[in-house]
Design a protein around this ligand. Structure first.
Ligand code: ZN
Length: 182
């Protein structure tokens, strides 16, 4: 697994190699995916505590939408990521609503067990989400000029780097040619 810096201009003009971003095999699909990363200043909110930090990290984000090349085996890669995050969140919300709804009807002992069960599920969900983030393609940095993706296939990263150096060579060659003609 590697990392690659993509220029915004390459992403916007879809100059991304047609190799699976996960394994480097020839891609068979290019679904649109929006990567996002919290804005760096939101780190300072940690001093104010967990809730302001997570609220700002969720609200103040930079986004980059790109067509992501994927092979047949990895065509659902980003769907799994979303399913784990949103599916887990929906289950936790439902469990919490259920626990609160039972407060007037159940003895304290059972309620304690229900809330403890929800807490254990939430903890497992966080662990699953963190592990999934480590093995998935995610954005480590998104700004106005570039996007740093981590967890990409080395072959994909090499192809991107080769392509951008070819592009620089082409631009240099073109400017030399223009200069020579003057
Ligand atoms: Zn693949």
């Amino acid at each position: 697994m590697g990392a690659v810096i993509l220029k915004r201009s390459d992403v916007n003009e879809d100059r991304i190699p047609n190799l699976c971003i996960c394994c480097g095999k020839p891609a068979t699909a290019r679904p649109t995916k929006t990567f996002s990363k919290r804005q760096e200043w939101t780190n300072t909110m940690l001093f104010l505590g967990g809730v302001p930090y997570f609220a700002c990290a969720a609200l103040f984000r930079n986004y980059a939408t790109m067509s992501t090349p994927l092979c047949d085996s990895h065509r659902n890669h980003f769907r799994w990521q979303s399913a784990i995050f949103w599916g887990g969140l929906a289950i936790i919300a439902t469990l919490l609503i259920g626990c609160f709804a039972m407060i007037p009807h159940m003895p304290d002992k059972i309620l304690q067990n229900c809330f403890a069960g929800t807490g254990i599920f939430a903890l497992l969900w966080v662990i699953a989400y963190v592990i999934n983030n480590f093995v998935s393609v995610t954005a480590a940095k998104v700004d106005d000029h570039e996007i740093l993706l981590v967890g990409v296939a080395d072959r994909f990263a090499n192809a991107c780097n080769r392509r951008s150096s070819d592009y620089v060579d082409e631009v240099e060659e073109a400017s030399h040619f223009q200069f020579a003609r003057r």
